[in-house]
Design a protein around this ligand. Structure first.
Ligand SMILES: Nc1ncnc2c1ncn2[C@@H]1O[C@H](COP(=O)(O)OP(=O)(O)OP(=O)(O)O)[C@@H](O)[C@H]1O
Ligand SMILES: [Mg+2]
Length: 524
């Protein structure tokens, strides 16, 4: 039964001085689900890119079904039965599912001049039936949810004959429901003899779905463990090399004046449909206000209106009582706003810039860094070096480009830059997405620290345990409005699930969304 299908033997991959993979050993059995775990920058993505033929290893051997193979390009890897689904999908949005699946390998009409679209549709229909996928071949990709787009990527790999599927953090962007569906697909695929290798930072997931788990640390293999004999705690320790607190500690809040207020806010999209609909809430200084919800229920639009990326159609946004609704992002930053965007690669960083320059973003007009309008590079360098040290950004090199960092390390840099602005209002959108357990612990502790220092913190996250643990009040968003605002200590995951689906949940006690002005006045 335990027949190795992939063997990576002594794989070393260097980028200049950085050793991303250091004599890595990995054996994956046919028909199994194998998880790769490791801290941000441990070398997981690099290793999978080596297996997929994107990078040539400096040393080591790849064996597929016992035969040594050399891959000069993904084409070679695909021919050997390997498929890879990247974290950022590579689909062509305006095209249909069927056209995307066959792209690059289109069935041709009899004379070979044109694509045989009927044959393409049929091939896709056969695949969806065979693996029990719920995907409509004629649907246009841009209309599909993230979860369904991911299934299209998987179909595409299967269409090209993949026996071994590699998925890099496939669940980071999925809702809990979509994660369940993906794991059902894994079951179906492994039942039919396919092998799955996937990367995740979520220990519960790894334990729930994997047959075996290999842990990497600093580019080296720490070991492979059998899922049935390990625990979250042991995995976390193997990854980080020390004990990790899996729960955040949070003292009771002592809220002050209202720091952020959203009043009767409405944001419509290009088609005139309300994405945020007459929303009202207040966050006091010293409070974390969490927003839970299935992605796409107005969270992004709300955050854009608060941070100045978009102007709302109606309603107002106030920082410390001052109306900032039409203020620019720069003005808002100067008034004390810190912002961790959901999309760090487009909004949080300039990927081709060095860490040094990325550390300046948003502070170009800050007299500390640009006295008299001229950038003080020495001060900036010191500041960026401090962030790198405090937030454990690896490799610790201010002159490296942002794009050369692993995903999690990019996120740590953004978090460090934003938190160290000494903000009054913090807007954090999925701040721990893509972070390893150690870094999640660190960023969550920072958010609690900012709250304890009296900042008003807005936390949007699709991780239910995160919003539940960190928030003082929790708004559940559905179709642009709150189904309810609740005390996170007093609500179950099932109740949250119902509220997230826009339904009533029996036995939930609501707390006020705002209206704290009178209270604060009395206290003065
Ligand atoms: N193209 C590149 N050029 C230079 N360095 C790179 C490149 N790709 C990766 N690295 C470095 O190699 C190391 C491993 O990165 P990798 O992306 O494999 O980590 P990872 O385990 O996938 O991390 P994460 O969990 O954050 O995604 C990191 O130090 C990273 O900075
Ligand atoms: Mg990675």
């Amino acid at each position: 039964m335990n027949e190795p299908v992939v063997e990576l033997d002594g794989i070393t991959k260097r980028f200049g001085d950085v050793v991303a993979n250091d004599r890595v050993e990995l054996t994956v059995d046919r028909g199994s689900v194998h998880v790769l775990l490791g801290e941000n920058g441990a070398g997981k993505t690099t290793l999978m890119n080596v297996l997929y033929g994107l990078y040539e290893p400096n040393e080591g051997e790849i064996r597929i079904d016992g035969t040594p193979r050399e891959f000069d390009s993904p084409r070679d890897a695909i021919d050997a039965g390997i498929g890879m689904i990247h974290q950022h999908f590579m689909l062509v949005d305006p095209m249909t599912v069927a056209d995307n699946v066959v792209l690059g390998n289109e069935p041709r009409s009899r004379l070979g001049f044109t694509v045989d679209r009927e044959a393409a549709r049929e091939a896709v229909t056969d695949l969806t039936a065979r693996y029990g996928f719920d995907v409509e071949p004629d649907a246009v990709v841009e209309d599909l949810s993230v979860g369904v787009q991911q299934r299209v990527e998987i179909l595409k790999a299967l269409y090209r004959g993949a026996d071994i599927l590699i998925l890099d953090e496939p669940t980071a962007v999925l809702t809990p429901q979509e994660v369940e569906e993906l794991f059902d697909i894994f079951d179906e695929l492994t039942d039919q003899g396919k092998t799955i290798i996937f990367i995740t930072h979520k220990l519960g997931e790894a334990l729930g779905v994997a047959d075996a788990i290999t842990v990497l640390r600093d580019g080296e293999t720490v070991g492979t463990v059998d899922t049935s004999t390990t625990s979250k705690r042991e995995l976390a320790e193997l990854m980080v090399g020390r004990e990790v607190l899996l729960d955040v500690e949070k003292p009771p809040s002592s809220p002050g004046d209202v720091g952020l207020e959203v009043s009767d806010l409405t944001v419509t999209d290009d088609r005139g449909v309300d994405q945020v609909s007459s929303l009202d809430f207040q966050i006091r200084e010293g409070e974390v206000f969490g927003i839970a919800g299935v992605d796409g229920n107005g969270q992004s639009e709300l955050v854009e209106a608060i941070t100045g990326l978009d102007v709302p159609d109606e309603g107002r946004v106030y920082f410390d009582g001052a109306d900032v609704t039409t203020d620019s992002r720069r003005d808002r930053i100067e008034q004390g706003m810190a912002y961790i965007p959901e999309d760090r690669q487009h909004r949080g960083l300039v990927m081709d810039f060095e860490l040094l320059q990325n550390g300046l973003l948003g502070s170009q007009h800050d007299p500390d860094f640009a006295p008299g309008g001229r950038i003080d590079w020495a001060t900036l360098r010191q500041h960026v070096e401090d962030i790198i040290a405090d937030y454990d950004v690896r490799p610790p090199n201010p002159d490296a480009t942002a794009k050369s960092l692993s995903g999690g390390n990019q996120q740590k840099l953004v978090a460090g830059r934003e938190f160290e602005r000494d903000p009054r209002v913090v807007v954090a959108s999925h701040p721990t997405r893509g972070l390893d357990v150690g870094s999640v612990e660190f960023v969550q502790e920072k958010l609690v620290e900012l709250r304890n220092e009296g900042k008003a913190v807005l936390l949007v996250s699709s991780k239910l345990d995160e919003v539940q643990q960190l928030s003082d009040r929790l708004g559940v968003m559905y179709e642009g409005a709150f189904t309810d605002v609740v005390d996170p200590d007093d609500v179950t995951e099932e109740q949250l699930g119902l509220l997230m689906a826009g339904q009533d949940a029996d036995g939930v006690t609501s707390v006020p969304a705002g209206d704290f002005e009178a209270e604060a006045e009395v206290g003065r």
